[in-house]
Ligand binder design. Structure first.
Ligand code: PMP
Length: 384
């Protein structure tokens, strides 16, 4: 039997072998609780501190104390949006995001409406790039938080974050950037980019699941979303996941080291995949052709439906997505694809490949011919 090809790294990534080697040094986890002051506790504290430095280094954060460890990107997004909006509501009661953010950004922003906030979504163009003119018009001095992702997980488009930061800072508000899919893939520098808060996920860096981080620029005040003990500056109360944090730190270190070479290698595979798939009749690239993540290739096929593509590709030995894993169990069209101006039926025919370290250029011909065969077969039976 042919080996399976895994092309859904945005949904879940195998742990990087270097990270796995590092984690295996601690087969029993860590004995100490970082809140205690005997030797074991101090060792756990030092482990967390080392991880904080490695994560800070990945995104150019000067002060490691600006990193708060969380349980993942969803929690980081919630703390960033709710916590910053509620703590600084004296500035005003407005929150702005792009229309194609992840639901873990959109839902906390929508939820703030129950607290009296106004929430505005800024449209994107047909490549998924945020409309800076609209952004300029809707961000006011009363806008506490503006949240724009570094790059989109369904269409790979990279946003013009530095320009967004200028607009936001001109009005005196804070910029939160969900960097889940971009970190470790393209260079991010919170100083250069003008980012006030940034979300990171361990898994997307090649670390274990269930751990993430939030960068908070020194001086930005954020209120806890859950309350308890004083861990992580009170912003993420509860005993730290020391093992997960240690492994995430190492993942950040390795990602920084490997990024230049690995991103270049994946860009080569991505471009071959794009050339092959867009050669299929009525197949189109979604997202930006140039300003896109190096590991990301996304498409739509007319007259067929994404879930059928996914199931048929699965039978041919290929794990590939039709959108965000977080919304894949709903039958609704993706808000991202509708956001870039696709009609409902167009948005349903989507296929998303996200590459990782086990992928090789040799896999491209098999993926392209599987997609070609799938599309032909499904079109032959479609009622559309
Ligand atoms: N933000 C973005 C941009 C994502 O792609 C994801 C995961 N697909 C998340 C947030 C949520 O990550 P998690 O499920 O790890 O909390």
């Amino acid at each position: 039997m042919e080996e399976r090809i895994y092309l859904d790294h945005a949904a879940a990534m195998p742990v990087n072998p270097g990270v796995a080697r590092f984690c295996r040094q601690f087969p029993g986890g860590f004995a100490g609780n970082p809140s205690t002051i005997y030797q074991e506790g101090l060792a756990a504290q030092a482990t967390v501190a080392a991880a904080r430095e490695k994560v800070a280094a990945l995104i150019g954060a000067r002060d490691p104390a600006s990193i708060v460890f969380t349980s993942g990107a969803t929690e980081s997004n919630n703390i960033a949006i709710r916590g910053t909006a509620l703590r600084n509501r004296k500035m005003g009661e407005r929150v702005v995001t792009s229309a194609i953010e992840h639901i873990s950004v959109l839902n906390p922003a929508k939820d703030l409406q129950k607290n009296g906030f106004t929430f505005t979504e800024v449209p994107v163009d047909h490549f998924g790039v945020i409309d800076l003119d609209t952004l300029t018009a809707v961000v006011t001095p009363e806008t506490v938080v503006t949240s724009v992702h570094y790059a989109n997980n369904e269409i790979g488009t990279i946003e013009p974050i530095r320009e967004v930061a200028e607009i936001v800072h001109d009005r005196g508000g804070f910029l939160h950037v969900d960097a889940t899919d971009a970190a470790g893939r393209i260079p991010i520098d919170v100083e250069r980019d003008g980012i006030d808060l940034a979300t990171l996920s361990s898994n997307q860096l090649g670390g274990p699941d269930g751990v993430g981080a939030l960068y908070i620029r020194p001086g930005v005040r954020v209120q806890p979303v859950i309350v308890g003990g004083g861990q992580e500056r009170g912003l993420r109360p509860g005993t730290e996941n020391v093992f997960g944090i240690a492994c995430m730190g190492e993942a950040a270190r390795i990602a920084k080291e490997e990024m230049p070479g690995e991103s270049e290698r994946l860009r080569g595979i991505r471009d071959r995949l794009i050339a092959g798939i867009t050669g299929i009749e009525e197949a189109y690239l979604t997202g930006h052709p140039a300003e896109r993540l190096p590991h990301h290739a996304s498409f739509r096929f007319s007259r067929i439906e994404g879930e059928s593509i996914q199931l048929a590709m699965n039978m041919l030995g290929i794990a590939i997505a039709t959108g965000s894993a977080c919304t894949s169990r709903t039958l609704e069209a993706s808000h991202v694809l509708l956001g870039i101006g696709l009609a409902h039926d167009e948005a349903h025919g989507s296929m998303v490949a996200t590459l990782g370290r086990e992928n090789s250029p040799d896999e491209v011909p098999r993926v392209v011919s599987a997609a070609r065969e799938t599309v032909k077969r499904l079109r032959a039976i479609t009622p559309l």
